[in-house]
Design a protein around this ligand. Structure first.
Ligand code: ZN
Length: 1094
C-alpha cells in the first residue's frame, strides 16, 4: 500500500500517466493534476443539474449492510412513475367488470364454444397499491372445458398430444398446407371465427362479439371491444387492440374451489435416460418433473384435441382462441415504446425494471449499471429460497460487460488509483462502489457485500457530509456510478508483467474448395484494406495490434513479413503432429511498417495456390500453431480462421463424418451437439491460458461438424460464422460485412470475470462463450462488445427487503492497446416477501434469454424432448404460482397471466419450436449446432428477435413515410397478398411478395412488369430511382445496421417453393416440424396450469 504517500485528499486519479493520455480519467472533477483534457466527467462535479440528486440520497446509494434505512423504492416517485408507465393502466377499454366468456347454450363442450378471448385486467392501475393486483391477462377458456380432461390423467397417448413422430405427422396430416393446417381432416373450422381461408379474415366487431357474448347464464358480458385489428393492420392508435382489458377487483382469497392448497407435489423420479453428468438446477432440472408433459412435444393434431375426453373419441369440431384476443408481442412492444421511449432511464433507484430491449431509450447512470450491461429476469427477488422455489422464476442476470453504447452515452470512466490499485474489501475482494458505507468519520468503510469493516487508506481518506456521504462522492466514478473502470496494477497481470499489445493472426485455408470458390482471392484482396482498420484505442492514430499470416491445407505455411524484406518468405511445416512455429522474428509485425511486404504476400497467396489439387485439410494444428505463435510472442491475441471442410487429413483433431439424422428424436440425439473428440477441449484450455481467442469463419459445402469445430471458439470467447455453399457472387457482401465488423470490433483479451453478490445469494451457474476452471471465475481469452455471460443466482441465506441484494460484476482484461483494466458494473435489486412483487418486476425477454440458454445447454446431456418438457413444466409452474398466490379470484376456466409475463407463453413456444429443440426436415445437423452456440452468447435483444421475428409491412404506410413501419404479428394470417413484407430475426432477412401486389409496386421495387417475373430467391434488389425502391432498400439497410451480423436478403414469392422456408419464421403458426401454434400452446399451457392447481 502507498503508505509513503501523503494523506491530503488528492485523488490518485489526478496523476496523469503518459500511457493513458487518451483517457479522460484525470480530467473530471477539476482535480489537481488534471490535464487540460475535455471534461467528459463534468457531470460529476458535485450536484450539477445533469446529475440530479435522487431524493432522498439514500435511495440510490442505499447502504446495504449498515442498516440505514433506504427509502422504499416502492414509494419512490421514480419507481412509481416507471411502473406506471410500464403497465397498461391506461389501456383498458372495457367495463371494469371481469369478463366471462360463456359457451353457447347447449353447445357441446367443443362444438361451438366461443373462442376464448384473452382478458387483460388493468390491474396496473395501482401498481404499488397494497393489495398486489398486478395486471393480468386473463384468457377465458371456460368454453374449452379443459376441466373435463384435467381430473383424470390427460389422454396418455393418442387424443391429446399423440405419440411423437412429429415429422411424419407434419407431412402426413396437413390438409391446409397453404394456410393454417391446424385442423385435422374431418373437423369443421371453428364457429364464429373468420377462418383465414382464401379471403382475409374479417374480424369486425359484430361477429366476434356475437361469438363471445353468448348469454348462456347471464354471465358477464364482453368488454366493449374496440375493433380488433385486421390482419396486417398496424397498431396505430391507442393500444386498444387487445380488446379485453378489464379491471379486476382487488385480489382476495381465491374461492375454495380454485384455491391451491400447497405447492405442486414432489416431482416424480427422474427419467432413467437422465444423464448422470447433468447438474440439477434450482429451476427445473432436465427430466420430466411431472407426467403430463410426457405426451407433449409431439405435434398438435389440432386445437380440437385440447381437453378431449378420454374414452371413445368423438369427433368434435375444433375451435380456436381468437388470435386477436391473446397477448400480442407487437402490442406489448408498441406500448412500451410509447410509454417509456421518451424519457431517459435513470438508474438511481434500486430495483427499477428498465424499458424493453425493443424500446429506444437513453440511460443515465446514477449508481446502477445500465441495462445495456446487465439485465435481470427480475428486479425484485424473493427473500427466501422457499419463495423462489415456489415461484420457479429463474433468478438470472444477462451481463454484457463490454457492451457498446450509443454515441449519446459516455463510455465508463477510467479511474487510476496509481500504484495502490483499486480499493477493495479485504475479505470478499469486492471493488469500491457506490454502495460501500463509510463510517467512523470516513476512516473506515463497511463492505456492502460481506459487511466486513475495512480501513480507508490514508490517500483515499475523505470527510463525510451530514448524511454520511463522502463529500467527494460525486467526483469519483467509483462512488457515484454503476459502471466504471480501474486501471489495473502489475499485480493484476500475468507473471507480474504488464502485457504487451495483442496480435491478430489470419489463418487461411488454401485447399481446393477454398481456392475454387473464390474465397482465397476475395479474402486476400479485402485484407489489404481492412488491416488499416484494426481496433485502436481512444485517439490513437494507429492500432497497437500486430498481425501475422498463415495459410494451410494438409500442411501449414508461415510467412515472414518483416519490414526489411523485399519479398515475403514462406516456411512450410509439414509435421502437423508436433506443431511448432518456425519463425519468431518477422512473423508478427506492425501493419504500417511492413505494409509493402504484406501487400505483396496478399497479392501472391491466391496465385501460389491457384492450381492446388489438395482437398484435405487439418484444423486443430492450425489453432495450435496460432496459439504457439502468441505464446512465443508473449502476448494475447486472436486467430481468424477461414476454413472450408471437415478436417480429415491425418493430424491431431482429425474428424470423421458422423452426421446422422436418424438420431433425431432418439436418446442419442444429444451426441449431435457434442464434440466428437476431446482434443478440442484440451486445445481450448491451452488457448485460454494464453489469451488466444479464436474466431472461425466456415465455408462448408457439406457437413463439417460444427459441433466439434466450434468448441475452441466457444471456449475462448470467439465467434463462429457459417456461409454454407459459399459463392463469391452470392455471398461476398455478407461475408465481407461480417469480416469487417469482426476485425474492427473492440475486444478485451485475456479476461477474467467474477460476479460477487451480497450475502444471501450467490452466482451458481454460468452460460456463454467462455471457459471455467473453477466455480467462480469466468475465463475469457477474448470478449467483445456483442457477447454476453448469463449468470444464475441462488439463495444461500435469507435476504431482507431493507437491504435488497447487490451484484458486482468485475471484468479484468487487456485492452486492444495492451492496457490492463478492470471494468466494474454494480446493480442493486429489491427483495420481496410477497410473490406479487416478484411477478410485477420480472422481465420476460430476459427470462426467455435465460430459459433458451438453459435449454440449449441441456441438449448436450439430455434428450431434446426432455428438455422441451422441462421448459413447459417450468413455465406452467411459474404461471400457476402466480395464479395461486397473486391473481384475483376468477373462474378456473380463465387463464390468468401476470402483466409482465403475459408474453411468456408465446415466446417460450418459439423457443420450443426453434431448430435446436424441434428441427424441421430442412435443418441440417450443422445448422442446429451453429444456432445452439450462437444463442449461448446472445444478448436479450438478440434472443428476442431471434425467437420472435419482426414482420414489417412495407406498402401499408404512405411511401413518403420512410420510418420503420409498425410490425405485425408473425403469423400467416397477418399477411395480405396485396402487400410486401420484410421479415428479420437477426440472422435471416426475407422479402415476402404477395401474389396480388399491384403491378406498380412490383415495377417500383423489382424493376419487372409482373409478379411472375420476379426472381424467387433474389438476394439483391435493383437500385431504382423511385421513392418506394429507395424506401425498401433503406429499410433493409437500417435493419442490417441494427444487427451484429449481416443478414442476407432472400426474396420469397407467395405460393413459391421457397415460401416453406419463410413460413418457418411465422412463429405464431403451427410449424411444419410439429411445433404448436401460439393459440394451441396457450391452451396447452392453461391445461398444465389447471392441472397444477387442481
Ligand atoms: Zn466484502
Amino acid at each position: 500500500m502507498n503508505v509513503n504517500q501523503s494523506a491530503p485528499p488528492v485523488p490518485p486519479f489526478g496523476q496523469p500517466q503518459p500511457v493513458y493520455a487518451g483517457y479522460h480519467q484525470s480530467s473530471y472533477g477539476g482535480q489537481p493534476g488534471s490535464t487540460a483534457a475535455p471534461t467528459p466527467y463534468g457531470a460529476y462535479n458535485g450536484p450539477v443539474p445533469g446529475y440530479q440528486q435522487t431524493p432522498p440520497p439514500g435511495v440510490s446509494r442505499a447502504p446495504a449492510s449498515s442498516g440505514a434505512p433506504p427509502a422504499s423504492t416502492a414509494q419512490g416517485p421514480c419507481g412509481q412513475t416507471a411502473y406506471g408507465q410500464f403497465g397498461q393502466g391506461d389501456v383498458q377499454n372495457g367495463p371494469s367488470s371481469s369478463v366471462q366468456m360463456q359457451r353457447l347454450p347447449g353447445s357441446q363442450p367443443f362444438a361451438s364454444a366461443p373462442l376464448a378471448p384473452v382478458v387483460s385486467q388493468p390491474a396496473v392501475l395501482q401498481p404499488y397499491g397494497p393489495p398486489p393486483t398486478s395486471a393480468q391477462v386473463t384468457a377465458q377458456l371456460a368454453g374449452m372445458q379443459i376441466s373435463g380432461a384435467v381430473a383424470p390423467a390427460p389422454p396418455a397417448s393418442g387424443l391429446g398430444y399423440g405419440p411423437p413422430t412429429s415429422l411424419a405427422s407434419a407431412s402426413g396430416s396437413f390438409p391446409n398446407s397453404g394456410l393454417y393446417g391446424s385442423y385435422p381432416q374431418g373437423q369443421a373450422p371453428p364457429l364464429g371465427q373468420g377462418h383465414p381461408g382464401a379471403q382475409p379474415p374479417q374480424r369486425s366487431v359484430p361477429p366476434q362479439a356475437s361469438s363471445f357474448t353468448s348469454p348462456a347464464s347471464g354471465g358477464p358480458r364482453m368488454p366493449s371491444m374496440t375493433g380488433p385489428l385486421l390482419p396486417g393492420q398496424s397498431f396505430g392508435g391507442p393500444p386498444v387492440s387487445q380488446p379485453n382489458h378489464v379491471s379486476s377487483p382487488p385480489p382476495q382469497a381465491l374461492p375454495p374451489g380454485t384455491q391451491m392448497t400447497g405447492p405442486p407435489g414432489p416431482p416424480p423420479p427422474m427419467h432413467s435416460s437422465q444423464q448422470p453428468g447433468y447438474q440439477l438446477q434450482q429451476n427445473g432440472s432436465f427430466g420430466p418433473a411431472r407426467g403430463p408433459q410426457s405426451n407433449y412435444g409431439s405435434p398438435y393434431p389440432g386445437a380440437a384435441t385440447f381437453g378431449s375426453q378420454p374414452g371413445p373419441p368423438q369427433p368434435l369440431p375444433p375451435k380456436r382462441l381468437d388470435p386477436d384476443a391473446i397477448p400480442s408481442p407487437i402490442q406489448v412492444i408498441e406500448d412500451d415504446r410509447n410509454n417509456r421511449g421518451s424519457e431517459p432511464f435513470v438508474t438511481g433507484v434500486r430495483g427499477q425494471v428498465p424499458p424493453l430491449v425493443t424500446t429506444n431509450f437513453l440511460v443515465k447512470d446514477q449508481g446502477n449499471a445500465s441495462p445495456r450491461y446487465i439485465r435481470c429476469t427480475s428486479y425484485n427477488i424473493p427473500c427466501t429460497s422457499d419463495m423462489a422455489k415456489q415461484a420457479q422464476v429463474p433468478l438470472a442476470a444477462v451481463i454484457k460487460p463490454l457492451a457498446r453504447l450509443p454515441p449519446e452515452e459516455a463510455s465508463p470512466y477510467v479511474v487510476d488509483h496509481g500504484e495502490s490499485g483499486p480499493l477493495r474489501c479485504n475479505r470478499c475482494k469486492a471493488y469500491m462502489c457506490p454502495f460501500m458505507q463509510f463510517v467512523e468519520g470516513g476512516r473506515r468503510f463497511q463492505c456492502c457485500f460481506c459487511s466486513c469493516i475495512n480501513d480507508v487508506p490514508p490517500q483515499y481518506f475523505q470527510h463525510l457530509d451530514h448524511t454520511g456521504k463522502r463529500v467527494d462522492a460525486y467526483d469519483r466514478p467509483e462512488l457515484s456510478l454503476g459502471s466504471y473502470e480501474f486501471l489495473a496494477t502489475v499485480d493484476y497481470c500475468k507473471n507480474n508483467k504488464f502485457p504487451i499489445p495483442p496480435a491478430f493472426i489470419f489463418m487461411i485455408d488454401v485447399s481446393y474448395n477454398a481456392v475454387r470458390s473464390g474465397l482465397v482471392r476475395l479474402l486476400c484482396e479485402e485484407l489489404k484494406s481492412l488491416l488499416d482498420f484494426l481496433p485502436r484505442e481512444g485517439g490513437a492514430e494507429e492500432s497497437a495490434i500486430r498481425v501475422g499470416f498463415v495459410t494451410y491445407n494438409k500442411v501449414l505455411h508461415f510467412y515472414n513479413v518483416k519490414s526489411s524484406l523485399a519479398q515475403p518468405q514462406m516456411m512450410v511445416v509439414s509435421d502437423v503432429g508436433d506443431m511448432f512455429v518456425p519463425l519468431l522474428d518477422g512473423f508478427l509485425v506492425n501493419v504500417s511498417e511492413s505494409r509493402a511486404v504484406i501487400t505483396s504476400l496478399l497479392d501472391q497467396i491466391p496465385e501460389m495456390f491457384a492450381d492446388t489439387r489438395e482437398t484435405e485439410t487439418v484444423f486443430a494444428p492450425v489453432i495450435q500453431a496460432g496459439m504457439e505463435a502468441l505464446k512465443a510472442a508473449e502476448c494475447a491475441g486472436k486467430l481468424f480462421l477461414f476454413h472450408t471442410s471437415l478436417p480429415i487429413a491425418e493430424a491431431p483433431g482429425k474428424l470423421k463424418n458422423r452426421d446422422d439424422r436418424k438420431l433425431i428424436n432418439t436418446d442419442k440425439e444429444k451426441t449431435l451437439f457434442q464434440p466428437q473428440s476431446g482434443a478440442y477441449q484440451t486445445l481450448a484450455k491451452e488457448c485460454v491460458a494464453q489469451g488466444c481467442c479464436v474466431d472461425l469463419f466456415l465455408f462448408p459445402n457439406q457437413y463439417v461438424d460444427v459441433a466439434t469445430l466450434s468448441v475452441v471458439p466457444q471456449l475462448t470467447g470467439g465467434s463462429v460464422y457459417k456461409y454454407a455453399c459459399f459463392q463469391v457472387e452470392n455471398d461476398q457482401e455478407r461475408f465481407l460485412s461480417d469480416l469487417r465488423r469482426d476485425v474492427q470490433k473492440v475486444v478485451g483479451f485475456d479476461a477474467v470475470m467474477r460476479v460477487r453478490t451480497s450475502t444471501g445469494i450467490r452466482a451458481v451457474d454460468f452460460f456463454g462463450a467462455f471457459y471455467m476452471s473453477n466455480t467462480t471465475d469466468v475465463e475469457l481469452a477474448g470478449l467483445d462488445g456483442d457477447k454476453t455471460v448469463t449468470v444464475e443466482f441462488k439463495h444461500d441465506d435469507r435476504l431482507n427487503e431493507e437491504n435488497g441484494a447487490l451484484l458486482q460484476c468485475a471484468l479484468l482484461y487487456t485492452s486492444c492497446a495492451g492496457q490492463r483494466r478492470l471494468r466494474i458494473h454494480n446493480l442493486a435489486l429489491n427483495c420481496c416477501t410477497q410473490l406479487a412483487d416478484l411477478y410485477r418486476n420480472c422481465e420476460t425477454d430476459t427470462l426467455i434469454n435465460y430459459m433458451a440458454k438453459f435449454a440449449y445447454r441441456g441438449v448436450l446431456s439430455s434428450p431434446v424432448k426432455t428438455v422441451r418438457d422441462t421448459l413447459i413444466t417450468q413455465c406452467a409452474q411459474i404461471l400457476a404460482c402466480y395464479r395461486k398466490n397473486c391473481a384475483s379470484p376468477s373462474s378456473a376456466g380463465q387463464l390468468i397471466l401476470p402483466e409482465c409475463m403475459k408474453l411468456l407463453p408465446v415466446y417460450l413456444n418459439c423457443v420450443l419450436k426453434s431448430e435446436v429443440l424441434q428441427p424441421g426436415a430442412e435443418v441440417t445437423t450443422d445448422d442446429r449446432a451453429y444456432v445452439r452456440q450462437l444463442v449461448t452468447s446472445m444478448d436479450v435483444a438478440e434472443t428476442n428477435v431471434f425467437f420472435y421475428p419482426r414482420l414489417l409491412p412495407l406498402t401499408k404506410s404512405p411511401i413518403e413515410n420512410t420510418t420503420e413501419p409498425p410490425a405485425v404479428r408473425a403469423s400467416e394470417e397477418r399477411l395480405s397478398n396485396g402487400d410486401i413484407y420484410l421479415l428479420e430475426n437477426g440472422l435471416n432477412l426475407f422479402l415476402w411478395v404477395g401474389a396480388s401486389v399491384q403491378q406498380g409496386v412490383v415495377q417500383s421495387v423489382f424493376g419487372v412488369s409482373s409478379f411472375s417475373q420476379i426472381t424467387s430467391g433474389l438476394s439483391v434488389l435493383p437500385v431504382l430511382d423511385n421513392l418506394l425502391s429507395k424506401k425498401v432498400r433503406g429499410l433493409i439497410d437500417s435493419l442490417r445496421a441494427q444487427r451484429s451480423r449481416y443478414m442476407k436478403l432472400i426474396v420469397v414469392k407467395q405460393e413459391d417453393k421457397l415460401e416453406m422456408l419463410f413460413k418457418h419464421f411465422l412463429v405464431e403458426d403451427k410449424s411444419l416440424s410439429g411445433g404448436a401454434s401460439y393459440v394451441d400452446f396457450l391452451c396447452h399451457m392453461h391445461k398444465e396450469i389447471r392441472q397444477l392447481l387442481s
